[in-house]
Design a protein around this ligand. Structure first.
Ligand SMILES: *[C@@H]1O[C@H](CO)[C@@H](O)[C@H](O)[C@H]1NC(C)=O
Ligand SMILES: *[C@@H]1O[C@H](CO)[C@@H](O)[C@H](O)[C@H]1NC(C)=O
Ligand SMILES: *[C@@H]1O[C@H](CO)[C@@H](O)[C@H](O)[C@H]1NC(C)=O
Length: 687
């Protein structure tokens, strides 16, 4: 061939050849692998050093389960990205808009920085956007207001500036908007009052000013409105009183209003607040819009858009140059080009077909439950993954208790230490807030502490979900994660601590329980234990095995709630046994256990008797002297001196007697829990 001879020409043509190849093959590539390309761009930005996303490879298949944190839909399109708490320290690329079918983006609890790309608004199917607890800066893109399917927008705990876009008022399906702990300024857009699905709006710890628009109260589903720690002023719309405890407004020096505790009543000047509702020609509605209009053509945004115009120009010029060069050398290179293109075409075809078969597999694989669970579970322990465990109604019931790991992680802020409520040798308990705003306690139990026999474990879990009584802490659900090697039990949070907090308290302390409270606590505990012991249609008779003051939680109305019921059904024998040693050390273990080695209803009754003595005496430690006193005519000396003799003597005598017979040496002397409940109910003045 003629162009073989001069070396410089050869070099030049090779260069052109490659430019040409890239240029011409690009469209093919884009249509076939647009998602993969977007993912690779995102990876480069999110994880520049490729430390966490090395499984995202340009020749891999995003839908075969090999890409960490990705889940695809049944059409083989990327549907969810869950990379929360993965240590990512890069940026979020605008290439994200290549993932047209994304429904969930979970990038919270990372160290991502830079701006939130406005291109994110080009994802029409996105419902969940979690970018909270990162280092994002810049403003909230107004374009987000176009995302009509968005349900949850979590941008809290970043360094976002500027005002809250009024456009967010167009998010018809939004149920949670969390913007707290940023540096947002400006007024609260009245347009947020248009959001009929909004249940939770958190704007706390920002620099918002002006008054709370009265239109906000129009948001009919709103349950929680948190605006505390801003610089808001003016009259608080009285309609917000319906939120009761769900309205949090502390640390706003300028707020006033009638009917809200801790707010001063408004004076005449308060009404003339510049951002208030009352000024002619300046309705509250206008303010945020004005605030937004000021922004666009000043500062970073304006520069950015002119920069992107420049880029476009450069690219266009570049393409024209290439095109001319191509047509010049086109004929010379056509043979080579054709050969190369065929080769490339083939390799793409191969990978495409492989993609589709693997997708088919992935779809089958992900049929059960949320893909987030499947992702977590894909290579390890998951007793619940394949749905074969129960059938019929029981299965449905069981499924309704299932949480996914993402919910649990979000609730507990990725198990942050600040949410740790307590730790034992086999578990840790965290406080958390669910998506619906309810407060929960999440108990995490390591896999090694759970029964290793899968069927037994599941049976235990099933029993746990069947327990329902007003004196048992309610189990909301559970979740098992292979990835973390843990199982999580999600309980209602009970605010007033456990009973031991009310024992051994100093005279005059707030924790000193009065007599009627003690009596009602005793009754509640008895009812809870009796419920466990009873055999019901949908629940077997159960022995608690671990009753103690720590296991009795106290709610806001001072009702007692037993926790830990049924746990022995899912824990290994070792763990159950170590619990026994602890309860023996505290005096709750029935004496016959040492000889029989068996737990019965009567051993629970024993522990209840000890608990009763503790409640009456106000003391943690029950001594034999106290027992002797209780049996004697000097029984009143056992009673808690903090009561200052403010109790009914005959009731005290009766309860002390009950405590003694319950904690009788011989199990045969102890009454049944049912009988105890009867007895307590008969005691008329106790009610
Ligand atoms: C994406 O995640 C959500 C939330 O966990 C889940 O409900 C949905 O089924 C997921 N979609 C797919 C296709 O993976
Ligand atoms: C108020 O917000 C600041 C930051 O804006 C934060 O440091 C502080 O802890 C917040 N205070 C309360 C009581 O929330
Ligand atoms: C633009 O911003 C600068 C600095 O933030 C400010 O001094 C200037 O007044 C602004 N111009 C307009 C037109 O808002």
């Amino acid at each position: 061939m003629s162009f073989q001879n001069p070396k410089p020409l050869m070099g030049f043509s090779v260069l052109l050849l490659f430019s040409l190849l890239f240029f011409l093959s690009h469209p093919t590539w884009v249509s076939g692998n647009e998602e993969l390309r977007a993912l690779m761009d995102m990876k480069a930005a999110l994880d520049p050093e490729s430390r966490y996303l090395s499984s995202w490879t340009s020749n891999g298949n995003p839908c075969d389960g090999s890409f960490v944190g990705l889940a695809c839909n049944e059409n083989g399109q990327v549907a969810n990205i869950s990379l929360q708490g993965k240590g990512l320290s890069g940026k979020l690329s605008s290439a994200i808009d290549g993932l047209k079918h994304l429904t969930g983006l979970y990038l919270h609890y990372n160290a991502l920085y830079g701006e939130i790309p406005k291109e994110i608004a080009n994802l029409p199917e996105l419902t969940d956007l979690y970018l909270n607890v990162n280092h994002f800066t810049g403003e909230i893109p107004t374009e987000i207001g176009k995302m009509e399917n968005l349900q949850v927008l979590q941008l809290c705990y970043n360094q976002l500036k500027g005002s809250i876009p009024t456009q967010l008022g167009g998010l018809k399906k939004l149920s949670v908007l969390a913007l707290q702990s940023n540096q947002l300024t400006g007024a609260i857009p009245a347009s947020l009052g248009n959001l009929e699905m909004l249940t939770r709006l958190d704007l706390s710890s920002n620099r918002l000013f002006g008054s709370i628009p009265s239109k906000l109260a129009d948001a009919s589903s709103l349950q929680v409105l948190d605006v505390h720690n801003n610089t808001l002023s003016g009259n608080v719309p009285p309609a917000l009183m319906r939120l009761e405890d769900g309205f949090l407004y502390e640390y706003n020096l300028g707020l006033c209003g009638a009917g809200f505790s801790s707010l001063k009543t408004c004076s005449a000047t308060d009404h003339v607040d510049p951002y208030g509702a009352g000024i002619k020609g300046h309705s509250t509605r206008d303010i945020p819009e004005t605030a937004n209009v000021q922004m666009p053509c000043n500062g970073t945004r304006c520069q950015k858009s002119s920069r992107s115009k420049q880029t476009t120009t450069t690219v266009t010029v570049g393409l024209i140059v290439i095109a001319i060069a191509v047509s010049a050398v086109g004929i010379l290179t056509s043979v080579h080009y054709r050969r190369r293109k065929q080769k490339l075409g083939n390799s793409y075809d191969v990978s495409d077909s492989r993609l589709s078969t693997d997708q088919a597999k992935a779809v089958i694989y992900r049929k059960n439950g949320s893909p987030l669970i499947s992702l977590e579970y894909s290579n390890g322990w998951d007793p619940l993954a394949d749905g074969r465990n129960f059938n019929g109604d029981s299965q449905d019931m069981f499924q309704s208790f299932r949480f996914n790991l993402e919910e649990v992680e979000t609730a507990t802020q990725y198990f942050s230490d600040s949410n740790l409520l307590g730790k034992s040798n086999f578990s840790a308990t965290y406080k958390g807030v669910l998506r619906d705003g309810s407060v929960v306690a999440v108990k995490s139990i390591s896999k090694s502490s759970c029964k290793s026999d899968e069927a037994e474990f599941l049976k235990g879990l099933n029993i746990l979900t069947s327990l329902r009584n007003e004196n048992l802490v309610r189990l909301r659900g559970f979740c098992c994660s292979r990835g973390r090697g843990e199982c999580f039990l999600v309980y209602d949070f009970v605010p007033n601590g456990n009973l031991s907090r009310y024992l051994d308290v100093k005279q005059g302390d707030a924790q000193v329980l009065e007599w009627s409270t003690r009596v009602s606590i005793v009754k509640g505990i008895a009812r809870g234990v009796a419920y466990l012991h009873a055999h019901k249609a949908n629940k077997p008779a159960l022995v608690h095995q671990n009753i103690s003051a720590e296991k009795v939680l106290i709610d806001q109305r001072f009702n007692p709630l037993l926790v830990g019921s049924g746990l022995c059904k899912i824990l290994t024998n070792d763990i159950v046994f170590s619990g026994l040693k602890a309860s023996a050390a505290k005096g709750y273990l029935a004496p016959e256990y040492t000889t029989t080695g068996r737990f019965t209803e009567k051993s629970d009754v024993y522990a209840f008797g000890v608990l009763l003595l503790q409640i009456l005496s106000g003391k943690q430690k029950i001594t034999s002297t106290m027992r002797l006193l209780a049996e004697s005519s000097r029984f009143l000396e056992v009673m808690d001196p903090n009561l200052h003799a403010k109790f009914f003597e005959f009731e005290a005598a009766k309860l002390l007697k009950m405590a003694l017979v319950c904690s009788h040496e011989s199990p045969f002397e102890r009454p049944s829990m049912e009988a105890i409940v009867q007895e307590l109910n008969n005691c008329s003045s106790c009610l």
